[in-house]
Write a protein that binds this ligand. Structure first.
Ligand code: ADP
Ligand code: NA
Length: 319
């Protein structure tokens, strides 16, 4: 059983879709769980109203993309369970272990006003994983160290107090699955670049998608070929097209003689890939009762699934 989270620190983008959500829909097992990690989005300065809106939007996108409602939940709907388990795990974790996390050292350490939660959120992430008894956690390279921490805490808890937790292992996604920023292919497409022309959002209107793709950075080479090192912008467009079609970038390249043709094909493929998701998401967002029902269903199931682990862990630590 696998668990994956997506953080509502911005709007869902094409990279999230092709690199994660699409796979979750096609390769997901019947017990796999997906959650919108809104608590993780509070570790840096955040706007409460925006966060609430993006959380609903992201949940709607996941369901609209085809993830069954009972396998999706919002992290804060389990805040009581996760809060309790986080405390137990913090009492199983040394300060030095948390402070060694590379992401904290890069983003937080030494910054004025850095939130304590930025230091401790890998422990919350461990609680997300261990509460559900997940055996595998799909992660990008940047999260690998956090899953290693979850492993270490599970092992330590089990050997100190008694067997409660499944020891999770990280699963790395296939290489080449990173969608890059259309305006700056050196960077990955990411939610934090809100206003940028180089990020296609799942809810962008078709015309806007067309404009963003037409403006994508290419290069001065002629002809279309797949060469990620020398021609990263074009390689990114080919990877996007291949991702939309379930094909291979090098095969797709052979179809095109010019960048103009390639861009039109990429724009159309992205528009058609996202169209049904966008339409269904907008329907869901216009139906708060249905969205609330979906939210309740997933949260209830996830809370039930984790309850015996939390109860056992509490008892074993002496509470
Ligand atoms: P991250 O901080 O890694 O972007 P997110 O919450 O944004 O985490 O991502 C949710 C999922 O989307 C993760 O599985 C992540 O690997 C994937 N993802 C994020 N950005 C991209 C991208 N540009 N290309 C492919 N996959 C991506
Ligand atoms: Na749900």
């Amino acid at each position: 059983m696998r668990i994956s989270g997506i953080t509502p620190s911005g709007h869902t983008h094409l990279g999230n879709h092709l690199g994660a959500i699409q796979r979750w829909v096609t390769d997901g097992g019947p017990d796999d769980l997906y959650f919108v990690s809104d608590l993780h989005a509070m570790t840096t300065t955040h706007n409460p109203a925006k966060l609430r809106g993006r959380t609903s939007e992201m949940l709607a996108v996941l369901v609209a993309a085809g993830i069954p409602a009972e396998r999706v939940f919002v992290q804060s709907d389990l805040s009581r369970e996760l809060g309790a388990l986080t405390w137990i795990l913090e009492c199983t974790c040394s300060y030095g272990e948390a402070a060694r996390m590379i992401q904290f050292k890069e983003k937080g350490s030494g910054q004025p006003g850095v939130r304590l939660s930025l230091l401790t959120y890998p422990v919350l992430m461990a609680a997300d994983i261990l509460l559900q008894g997940a055996a595998e956690v799909p992660v990008g390279e940047d999260q690998n160290q956090h899953v290693e921490l979850a492993r270490a805490l599970a092992r330590r808890f089990n050997s100190t107090y008694g067997e409660v937790f499944t020891v999770p292992r990280p699963v790395l996604p296939p290489t080449g699955a990173r969608v890059r920023n259309l305006s700056d292919p050196a960077r990955k497409m990411s939610k934090s670049a809100q206003e940028e022309a180089g990020v296609v959002f799942v809810l962008d209107e078709p015309d806007l998608i067309r404009r963003k793709v037409r403006r994508a950075v290419t290069d001065g080479f002629s002809g279309v070929a797949y060469a990620p090192e020398e021609r990263p912008g074009v390689a990114n467009l080919l990877e996007i097209l291949a991702g939309c079609r379930g094909a291979r970038p090098a095969d797709v390249a052979a179809e095109f003689a010019s960048y103009g043709e390639l861009k039109e094909a990429v724009a159309e493929a992205v528009i058609e890939t996202l169209r049904p998701i966008r339409e269904r998401t907008l329907e869901l967002l216009a139906d708060p009762a249905e969205l609330a029902r979906i939210r309740k269903e997933g949260a209830h199931r996830a809370a039930e699934r984790g309850e015996h682990r939390l109860t056992s862990a509490m008892r074993l630590v002496g509470a």
